[in-house]
Design a protein around this ligand. Structure first.
Ligand code: AMP
Length: 416
């Protein structure tokens, strides 16, 4: 069922409490906190502008970092309010409280078409506890609730869930912002009845992290392409050698049952035929986490089994070419998880190849959907961010949504 959209709200003169994702990277510069990347603020501008244009009195709530329920000056949203004002081209007020008399007075002072940013909701431990009293204190600032923070929608917190319940009980509407709406459209509706062939590309470190997504998408996909370290658990499950590669020995059964399900459903299930490996040599130095740093020597391509002294870090060129050919024929492509350890240039070719194939398929009319997290980073690294149909803004939230889990921040919104 579709969720009520912010586009269909009458908000003139109303106090709109909007949960946004302003969890931006910050750094201390000359004694003040500076925003390193304002993408998340910029992404909310369409919804913010829409609401202000309709005469809303906009109250923005967000979290920043993990202050663990305490006031932490380096995690204040004040610089975010300033940046938002700059991007909007109009002043945005900031209240150094999240709830209570001061916050209520600041909201009461808003005129139609003006916006205010509240202080970090996580300065209160009640936020993450989804405390009903705290939720009610937030709801005192609202006539209408809007959620545009998909990345936080998998959490049942006061600002993502509890406050909506109370706003609704008090007779107010609860709607999805434009960003949230796009996430629900592309990760939800579009994949419910995808244009075929529907190709799913899954990578990343662990089978165990992705198994629920694999299981659910096997009901929808025509072909599944597997890459990343998770492919080595499949190799192990087939009795193959994986050398020093990252494997999950406890999940070989999980891997085999996914393959059997694919076979039973007639879904093409492809595993890598070659691998880029390197020989890890201990340097004797420890990283920040106290773990040994390895020098990855002699990168090379091997077919089939991975030698005992080697570790796999990327899909090989034959696999990449085969995957690219499958992607070329797709009408819908969903990608979640890199094909290898793409952060290191020597092991990025498989991931970049897949990213380029996705862009080429998009140019031929396919819908390409990037399911969040590291695949989004990889697409940006390849400089192709603007050439796919949709990139999710969520990490954990995207994965849970793709698993078919009902996200508290989504279920909290009105249905139409
Ligand atoms: P995930 O969060 O599960 O999507 O995993 C992403 C991470 O897995 C990235 O940081 C990749 O560097 C890493 N990764 C993917 N393939 C490999 C591999 N073959 N060996 C080691 N790490 C990998």
């Amino acid at each position: 069922m579709a969720k009520l959209s912010v586009r269909d709200l009458d908000v003139n003169g109303k106090r709109v409490f909007m949960r946004v994702d302003y969890n931006v990277p910050m750094e201390e510069k000359d004694g003040a906190m500076a925003i390193n990347d304002a993408t998340r603020i910029r992404e909310t501008l369409p919804t913010v502008r829409l609401l202000l244009g309709k005469g809303a009195r906009l109250v923005l709530a967000a979290h920043l970092g993990r202050p663990d329920g305490k006031r932490e000056p380096t995690m204040s949203l004040k610089p975010v309010a300033e940046k938002l004002g700059e991007l909007l081209g109009q002043p945005v007020a900031f209240c150094d409280e999240t709830v209570g008399e001061k916050a209520e007075a600041a909201v009461a002072a808003l005129q139609n078409g003006q916006a205010l940013v509240l202080e970090n909701v996580r300065f209160h431990a009640e936020e993450e506890a989804n405390d009903p009293v705290f939720s009610a204190r937030l709801a005192r600032l609202a006539d209408v609730y809007v959620n545009d923070a998909f990345g936080a929608a998998h959490r049942a917190h006061a600002s993502t869930s509890g406050v909506a319940r109370i706003v609704r009980a008090w007779g107010g509407k609860c709607a999805a912002g434009l960003l949230m709406e796009r996430e629900l459209k592309f990760l939800g509706d579009e994949l419910e009845k995808p244009a075929r062939p529907f190709v799913v590309i899954l990578g990343g470190a662990k089978v165990s992290d992705k198994i629920k997504v694999i299981d659910r998408l096997l009901d929808k996909a025509d072909t599944v392409l597997v890459g990343g370290a998770m492919a080595y658990t499949f190799r192990l499950a087939h009795g193959g050698k994986t050398g020093k590669s990252l494997v999950e020995k406890d999940h070989t059964g999980t891997a085999l049952s996914a393959e059997s399900k694919a076979k039973a459903k007639g879904v093409g299930f492809h595993l890598p035929v070659d691998t880029v490996v390197a020989t890890p040599v201990a340097t004797g130095k420890l990283n920040k986490k106290g773990r040994m740093i390895f020098d990855l020597q002699n990168p090379r391509v091997v077919e089939g089994d991975i030698p005992d002294d080697a570790e796999g870090f990327d899909i090989g060129p034959k696999t990449a070419a085969a995957y690219e050919a499958v992607i070329a024929g797709a009408k819908t492509v969903l990608w979640n998880g890199p094909m290898g350890m793409f952060e290191d240039e020597r092991f990025a070719a498989g991931t970049i190849g897949v990213a380029k194939a996705l862009v080429a398929a998009t140019k031929l009319g396919a819908k390409s959907i990037i399911g969040g997290g590291d695949s989004v980073k990889a697409i940006h690294k390849a400089g192709l961010g603007d050439q796919v149909t949709f990139m999710s803004t969520g990490g954990g939230a995207s994965l849970e949504f793709l698993e078919g889990v009902a996200l508290p921040g989504v279920t909290a919104l009105d249905e139409v």
